[in-house]
Write a protein that binds this ligand. Structure first.
Ligand code: TRP
Ligand code: ZN
Length: 883
């Protein structure tokens, strides 16, 4: 066990800071073993805080103090006290004062990748949320905003490029081959937005002229061999800058915007003011090394970090409980941006799919927490799907409730009222209320109440009066610390379809005439009835259109009704969702039979017929057609069962895939051939969409496991012009008994061994293979010379893929998958606690499985909980999941 139980921090204990920092002047003497930091702080008491003490406490971790000066006077040992967590100065003046602190730290020893560390010999920083305290002593909280100047000194040949936030204002040479650059950031910021980078970096440069005519220099810094993989990121950045001007009237504010790509990074990217630091995964792309999905993710993440400049940096969070203020809002903004760049329907389906499989699971598990959490042990554990994705849905619901124009008015007011401030989620909601003269008090529960609400719809049609009575009931299951829930304010978008597929006019009781054919109903009570008049026939209800609220929808629907919606719904999201529900129904039926000892080999003809119609329908948007053909994931099906049975789910899903592939082999082949013949290797949306559909077809064809299907796969693999095609083919080969499997894996490795991101894919494909024997291969791969627990991308590609994208093998009934993950987490926690805690995700869901698996999973959690010196990050996750 740990020495002392780590402390829980509560939102209700929030106190404004006693001191303000008006200016910070930093001086770095970079050295891998021992970097020296000199920090000069201009401090004063906050006049708004009445109770004045003369003690000043600064945060600091893993630092060594060299000296402390107060107003120019060197303090003696007894005048300050340095500890594991910071520096206390016993007596500071009542008037404004200056502090100069000199400290040292070791970037080389920093494998946690928080604070200042080395990635492939390059210095870089990660300060959000609490990394700055590993660089120097400071008041490390987001509501302390200050003006930063930073001077970086380093060896010129090893570190020719020296970067920090803002603008470079001076530079020079020193003795011993060293040089320096001084940076000045004209905007006040919290220290979590501080950044520094130094190394041998190549730069791709471009420019952007803002709406008001200012010219901005854009620079993307990468390792020299990656310079040919920056084009797409640069284009994405320019698109994002233009989009924020056009959609939110927001212009960039500095003269320089820099992005640096680093290969060791705990998360996706970081929005440091003027100097974003990115995981290489979200910058580097060339058609032969990155898939179409990679291209889309890069555009999304570049947009996300850029949009943070206004939603996060200019207006930041008062405290870390408000994290969703910047993350939920920025996720919403990046989703809207990506939707505008390609197909809104496809983007919406992908986002909802993620939310419904992963965030719903979080909400239903032991770590469930509200969008605005009320307590934490380690804030790093709260960069969650709930804060990000559900937080984004909450912002989206506000837009649905007030309409796009009302939403824009609310955003304008938010920027106007709070620019330069550190604020709360409540401040944001108040702007939306004030700009639209509405009351969102009940809606605010979305921020404080955890758990996924369930919405039960029960439509009853009366042919005599031509009315449809729609009764709506909402409930929300208890979550840790919240046994009883209040009804929420839920926007329910819906339409009614006639039997011929026509949209019926909607007239609610009390209205003079019919309104638009999709209506947003305001659900507020636990039980509510909506009455529609003049309904000429018994309609098919298309409910929760566009997924208008993050709820679990429950409605009795026959397979015929679902198949009808799957072909006819005019709401693109609901059309896809009807298909998913239909396939879930089929799969649950198969699962029941499998569990009863049967070996079902045939399928409901209804599903096959529907797929045949779908394959024959020429689609305008081929990627949408590809999505319609996608089976619900094993995790999604598991979440709908009272006790998940990973083996039966896998068998049922494979049965559906194989049966469809066999019954519709000619249709899949025809579509495949047609689109493969037209393949140009181009990157335009139409070409990407074509590849998506083509490779969806290839996936089905590969299930046939015939000499012809093998031949098709291996040919696409060998002749591929894009990584998309190559990976799709290799994935199909790896998951089959293809005779050339070993050859293909080997040649892929040999061809790409110098490209880290491609080798990540190589590990990932093997780790997610659903065939027996995978665990042994994964274990062997942990000993591969290219595997490295210190690189988070590598960890995610092997350990993460095995535990989170391979349910049938990870959940092997003998517990071997769990034991393997336990071993890896034990090793990883000593290196990188943040990533170790993330890898635990798969074990926290133990309550969803049968007794045997529950026990085996808990055994691993208990073992980890009992580790000597376990990190706060991992401790919090294991303790909460065992509670
Ligand atoms: N703020 C980052 C974002 O855009 C999140 C992030 C990046 C982060 N790196 C991190 C959070 C390290 C915690 C730790 O979403
Ligand atoms: Zn973010």
């Amino acid at each position: 066990m740990r020495e002392a139980s780590p402390k829980t921090i509560y939102l209700k204990d929030y106190q404004p800071p006693e001191y303000l920092v008006d200016a910070v002047d930093l001086f770095f003497e970079l050295d891998p073993h021992s970097t020296r930091v000199t920090s000069r702080l201009k401090l004063r008491h906050d006049p708004a805080v009445e109770d004045r003490r003369s003690v000043l406490t600064l945060d600091g971790e893993r630092l060594e103090v060299e000296s402390v000066k107060l107003n120019g006077r060197m303090l003696r040992e007894g005048e300050y006290c340095a500890s594991e967590t910071g520096l206390v100065i016993h007596a500071v003046p009542d008037r404004p004062f200056e502090l100069e602190i000199v400290n040292r730290l070791s970037p080389e020893a920093n494998t946690a990748l928080e604070g200042l560390y080395l990635s492939n010999g390059m210095f870089c920083t990660q300060c959000e949320p609490h990394g700055f305290r590993r660089i120097t002593y400071y008041i490390d909280r987001p509501d302390v905003m200050s003006l930063f100047t930073t001077t970086v000194v380093a060896d010129k040949s090893r570190y020719p490029v020296l970067l920090s936030n803002g603008n470079p204002v001076a530079r020079g040479e020193l003795r011993n081959g060293r040089h320096w650059v001084k940076w000045e950031d004209p905007f006040k910021k919290p220290c979590y937005l501080f950044a520094l980078v130094a190394g041998q970096l190549a730069c791709r440069e471009d420019r952007f002229v803002t709406a008001s005519g200012r010219e901005i220099a854009l620079r993307i810094y990468v390792e020299p061999h990656d310079l040919d993989k920056c084009d797409h990121a640069m284009q994405s950045l320019k698109h994002a800058m233009r989009w924020d001007e056009e959609h939110f009237g927001r212009e960039y504010d500095l003269d320089l915007y820099m992005i640096v790509a680093v290969s060791h990074f705990n998360m996706g990217a970081m929005e440091n003011k003027g100097l974003n630091i990115f995981n290489t995964k979200f910058v580097l792309a060339r058609p032969d090394t990155a898939t179409d999905a990679d291209y889309e993710h890069i555009e999304g993440v570049i947009g996300h970090e850029y949009f943070h400049n206004w939603t996060g940096n200019r207006i930041t969070c008062r405290d870390w409980f408000q994290l969703s203020l910047k993350e939920g809002l920025t996720v919403f903004r990046d989703q809207e941006f990506s939707a505008s760049r390609s197909s809104p329907a496809v983007k919406r389906i992908e986002d909802v799919n993620l939310l419904r499989t992963r965030q719903f699971a979080e909400d239903a598990g032991p770590l469930a927490h509200p969008v605005r959490p009320e307590s934490y042990i380690e804030i790093n554990n709260f960069y969650t799907l709930t804060v990000y994705e559900k937080g984004g849905e909450v912002v989206r619901m506000i837009q649905t409730l007030v309409g796009p124009e009302g939403f824009r008015k609310g955003m304008d007011l938010y920027f106007d009222r709070h620019d330069g401030q550190a604020v709360t989620c409540d401040d944001f909601v108040r702007c939306m209320e004030d700009a639209n003269a509405i009351d969102l008090s009940q809606f605010r529960l979305w921020y404080s109440q955890a758990g996924t609400p369930e919405l039960r719809l029960d439509p009853v049609y009366d042919a005599g009066t031509r009315t449809l009575r729609l009764s709506v009931r909402q409930s929300c299951p208890p979550t840790p610390g919240q046994p009883v829930k209040q009804p929420l304010h839920i926007p329910l978008a819906l339409g009614l379809l006639a039997r011929d597929g026509r949209e019926l006019p909607l007239r609610l009781a009390g209205e003079a005439e019919a309104g638009p054919t999709t209506r947003v109903l305001h659900v507020r009570a636990a039980e509510q009835v909506f009455e529609f008049l003049d309904v000429p026939e018994r309609p098919v209800v298309s409910a929760l259109r566009g997924f208008s609220a993050p709820v679990g929808l429950k409605m009795e629907r026959s397979a015929e009704e679902l198949a009808f919606l799957f072909i006819h719904d005019t709401d693109a999201f609901n059309r896809w969702d009807a298909g998913q529900s239909l396939m879930v129904q089929v799969m649950l039926g198969l699962i029941e039979r499998i569990r009863a000892g049967e070996n079902p080999q045939s399928l409901d003809p209804n599903l096959i017929g529907t797929f045949r119609t779908l394959l024959a329908q020429p689609a305008a948007d081929l990627s949408y057609q590809a999505l319609l053909l996608g089976l619900p994931s094993e995790d999604y099906v598991a979440s709908l069962m009272s006790v998940a049975d990973p083996d039966a789910i896998h068998r049922a899903r494979q049965t559906v895939r194989k049966t469809l592939a066999t019954a519709l082999a000619e249709d899949f082949l025809r579509l495949y051939r047609e689109h493969h013949a037209a393949e140009t290797g181009g990157l335009e949306p139409a070409e990407r969409n074509r590849r998506r559909l083509k490779n969806a077809c290839l996936g089905f064809i590969a299930e046939l496991e015939t000499p012809e299907s093998y031949d098709l796969c291996v040919r696409q693999f060998r002749e591929a012009r894009t990584m998309t095609d190559q990976i799709a083919a290799l994935g199909a080969i790896v998951n089959s008994a293809h005779p050339d499997k070993a050859d293909c894996l080997e040649s892929f490795y040999a061809r790409w061994r110098e490209e880290a991101l491609v080798i990540d894919k190589w590990f990932g494909l093997q780790a997610s293979c659903h065939l027996p024997g995978t665990l042994e291969k994964v274990k062997a791969l942990t000993a591969h010379p290219d595997f490295d627990l210190r690189n988070p991308n590598r960890v995610r590609s092997l350990i993460g893929a095995f535990s989170q994208a391979n349910p049938v093998n990870f959940h092997a009934a003998d517990g071997s998958g769990y034991e393997f993950l336990g071993d890896q987490i034990v090793a990883l926690d000593a290196i990188n606690p943040q990533v170790a805690a993330r890898m635990l995700g798969a074990l926290t869901q133990w309550r969803r499985y049968d007794q045997g698996r529950q026990q085996a999973m808990r055994r691993q959690l208990q073992r980890i909980a009992g580790l000597d010196g376990v990190s706060k990050d991992v401790y919090e996750v294991v303790v909460k999941s065992l509670a």
